[in-house]
Design a protein around this ligand. Structure first.
Ligand SMILES: NC(=O)NCCC[C@H](N)C(=O)O
Length: 289
């Protein structure tokens, strides 16, 4: 099976996804840090609409089944692994409740015949949501509550033989250690060198790098970023200029449309806003191009 995703917006050919089921239905929202609008049954039906949009893009979905393993956050398949043109990297989750998800990804890559280049060990943590390819040879990682210096150093060592540079950028604490703020919480690539950002929370050197690399930045409005717990910004390009976003954030949608994007939306208060993860987080594209 072909693989490799060192870009963030090229057409998704293959993607790992997990439909929430038994594990989400059993999840205690207080334990998992799910918000007031959490409702597992509604989240599951909202997910179905999202999965229809991904399937309609033509992507092949590789399913990571929820057989009641208790891993409620495992629907956010973006986080336990990433996949280069040379093979996959198995990450190590910073959120302790999510550690067990990595084995599921390992099994899927093995079944798909995708080689594994390396696996994070010991205390090193990096989550996929902190990883942004700004070009095919440059992977930026947000150092924060979920990804630490040791984990970033391990990813750097795993990818160095392939000529891939790994850069680290410090994230703010924002809503605290229990909440989820990834580097991808403040940027969503929309096309080659075009990204939706929430500039006030971008690490300043990362903002400067994007400018140096020639990016055009579309700014998401503060009121919608706050009202959505940041989920207005978390949009998934299934191909350049064609994105899936959470419904209800019209100014953000209009800003993307003004930049030339077609925006498909789905209702996601019980799924994304409550569980702190959006359309990008719900997918691990492992072949784009
Ligand atoms: N890439 C992402 O931003 N993933 C969202 C993960 C949300 C999940 N509830 C978590 O706390 O890890």
């Amino acid at each position: 099976m072909a693989f490799g995703a060192q870009t963030m917006a090229q057409p998704i050919k293959r993607v790992i996804m997990r439909k929430p089921g038994a594990s989400l239905l059993q999840a205690d929202p207080a334990v998992w840090h799910y918000g007031e609008t959490f409702n597992a049954q509604r989240a599951i039906s909202q997910y179905d609409r999202f999965a229809d949009l991904v399937a309609a893009s033509g992507a092949e979905i590789i399913w990571f089944e929820d057989k009641g393993d208790g891993l409620a956050d495992a629907m956010f398949t973006h986080d336990p692994s990433l996949c280069t043109e040379h093979g996959a990297v198995l990450l190590n989750m910073g959120k302790p409740l999510r550690k067990g998800e990595v084995e599921g990804h390992a099994a899927l890559y093995e079944a798909a015949g995708v080689p594994v280049l390396g696996r994070l060990e010991g205390n090193g943590t990096v989550e996929g949501g902190d990883c942004v390819w700004v070009d095919e040879k440059t992977l930026c990682i947000g150092r924060g509550v979920r990804s630490n210096a040791e984990g970033i150093a391990q990813v750097r060592a795993i990818l160095a033989p392939y000529g891939i540079e790994v850069l680290s950028f410090d994230l703010p604490l924002w809503q605290g250690e229990e909440a989820c703020l990834h580097l991808m919480s403040v940027i969503s690539p929309l096309a080659d060198k075009l990204a939706l950002v929430y500039a006030p929370l971008l690490p300043a050197p990362f903002y400067q790098l994007l400018k140096e690399k020639g990016y055009t930045l579309v700014e998401a409005p503060t009121d919608e970023f706050m009202a959505s717990n940041g989920l207005n910004l978390n949009v998934l390009p299934t191909r350049p200029f064609d994105v899936i976003a959470v419904a209800g954030f019209d100014k953000t949608k209009a800003a993307m449309e003004a930049a030339g994007c077609t925006v498909h939306t789905f209702e996601a208060d019980a799924l994304c806003i409550a569980c702190e993860g959006g359309p990008t987080c719900l997918t691990r594209p492992f072949h784009r191009g």
